[in-house]
Design a protein around this ligand. Sequence first.
Ligand code: OAD
Length: 243
Amino acid sequence: MTTIPPDLIEMLRTAQRIAVLTGSGVSAESGVPTFRDAQTGLWERFRPEELATPEAFERNPKLVWEWYVWRRELVAEAEPNPAHLALAELQQAKDDFSLITQNVDGLHQRAGSTDVLEFHGNITRNKCFREGVIVNGGEDTSSVPPGCPSCGSPLRPDVVWFGEAIPSAVLSSAFAAAERCELFLSVGTSSLVQPAAGLAEIALRSGARLLEINLEATPLTSLADHSLTGPAGEILPALLQEL
Ligand code: OAD
């Protein structure tokens, strides 16, 4: 059972401007694999340069597409867990609440969160590899990957690959949320991937307090006002109970 320090409870109760950054650890308890955890992380088993770059897709579109089909199936079978549900509930309790996620699984939305800032896109959407336009129906399914209905180019998942830019509207909303929040929560992320990892430091420089929730220490831990060690699916509901 996690002990929640009284000053953290006070901070949670009084802060009205809250920004949360989540990473794959938040979905781990739903059965969606993380990226860097030993044994189970995707990047422990697969090479990102073969599966998650535009160059990899150009080299071998079928391999990349099929890997994403497999990941989509994992996501389709998953259900939101108590961490996702607690964050959706926290949004209801606060005037100014921003949820920024690096996850592409859509589980926050399925738990009831709204206006989620999807930093790395969403695996359930497709877009045209050439034009970048979202495609929702009408695709040519005679090939793998399917073809864009307007230009015939292969479709790709609407996720951010290594070497690609974060969607600009999402990036500016996330930076603004980090700058104006009173309390920033970093949950279930290794804090290794930029620019997402830099959001907590923007919040700190702007005067926010920082709470980290993770199973282990990260590069952010020494900067955090509070660091709660344990599963997000237990700690977040426990925090909600204190509101
Ligand atoms: P990582 O795999 O790098 O980190 C997952 C973090 O979650 C680790 O620090 C774990 O200790 C922690 N964790 C695991 N299970 C947890 C649980 N039940 N409760 C709390 N914490 C838990 O995943 P991310 O930080 O999300 O980018 O990775 C960031 C980005 O790197 C991803 O969005 C992806 C990847 O390459 C792209 O695909 C662009």
